[in-house]
Write a protein that binds this ligand. Structure first.
Ligand SMILES: [Zn+2]
Length: 301
């Protein structure tokens, strides 16, 4: 099923990373720059992430003795220092997730480079080291993103969906490891409903929503893949859902031979396996296209 499964450490069947994007209220200011501050209810829903969910999540990781991953917009790092402190004390990785969840596909190359660099400085100040990984806000990886990440020395990207196992993005600038996930591993479809964010879904029961992620895990375990959640503290960190997550982690651990790891550790392992020849990744050459593809003029207008 997977042509090139990764030789995971200690013979593990798969690698598992619970990654959270701690967006807090950055996305509300992005959607409603003029009126966000009056949308108190939506604000409270989003602030639940850093204020209530993050301490709960980190406590669970402590109980299971695992270290995991948070992608955080730099603006949130500046505005929620207590949550950042809690995450760092637990030994978890903090990755780059834009400045205030801005969309790289709406920025020029220079603007994207500016906000990337400015946010690196914030992360370095808060954590003592530069970020190793980046996840594009809302998967909005632009045609400049790979080059900019390579220029800034990032080890890996975690925004794309092109495989079940790590692969390599190659551009004229060089290479970067891709640790892929996909919308089926995202908690917005099952758990988020917000008129303020123009995202209205039928919310699923906690056990039902988590079932998707459990089945994804079982497949990765069977075939040697990489299981990466794209969760959000305000959504999956809510009480009834997080209780189900604890049950799911127990299930995963009982199954055994699972490598729970931070994304930077997974990327470093993959890099080492590529370098010593024990893993041959698939390579995606970027850009996929250098100009418009659709041949019919005025179509789609
Ligand atoms: Zn996000």
């Amino acid at each position: 099923m997977i042509k090139n499964p990764v030789p995971w450490p200690n013979g593990a069947k798969c690698a598992a990373a619970i990654t959270f994007d701690m967006d807090a209220d950055s996305i509300l200011h992005l959607h409603h720059p003029k009126t966000s501050i009056t949308r108190i209810s939506a604000m409270s829903m989003l602030r639940y992430g850093p204020e209530v969910a993050v301490p709960r999540i980190v406590e669970t990781y402590k109980k299971f003795d695992i270290r995991q991953m948070f992608y955080i917009p730099a603006w949130c790092i500046e505005n929620y220092p207590a949550a950042i402190e809690t995450i760092l004390q637990g030994g978890h990785e903090i990755g780059h997730h834009g400045y205030i969840h801005e969309d790289p596909n709406r920025l020029s190359r220079d603007e994207e480079a500016y906000w990337l660099g400015r946010s690196i400085e914030v992360i370095e100040k808060a954590t003592g080291q530069r970020p190793r990984g980046w996840r594009a806000p809302l998967y909005n990886f632009s045609k400049h993103s790979a080059d900019l990440l390579i220029e800034e020395g990032f080890l890996y990207d975690a925004s794309l969906m092109g495989d079940d196992v790590p692969y390599v993005l190659r551009t004229a600038q060089g290479e970067i490891i891709e640790l892929p996930s996909h919308w089926g591993m995202d908690d917005w479809p099952p758990f988020v409903h917000s008129m303020d964010l123009n995202y209205e879904m039928q919310i699923r029961a906690p056990s039902q929503g988590l079932q998707t992620f459990r089945e994804e895990f079982d497949a990765m375990w069977d075939y040697g893949g990489l299981w990466v959640t794209v969760w959000h503290p305000f959504a999956t960190g809510r009480l009834a859902r997080w209780r189900q997550v604890e049950k799911m982690i127990e299930y995963m651990m009982d199954k055994g031979d699972v490598w729970f790891a931070r994304m930077e550790d997974i990327a470093a392992h993959v890099r080492a396996c590529i370098d010593d020849g024990s893993y041959t990744p698939r390579i995606d050459n970027l850009p996929y296209y250098t100009g418009p593809v659709y041949p019919i003029e005025d179509a789609g207008k």
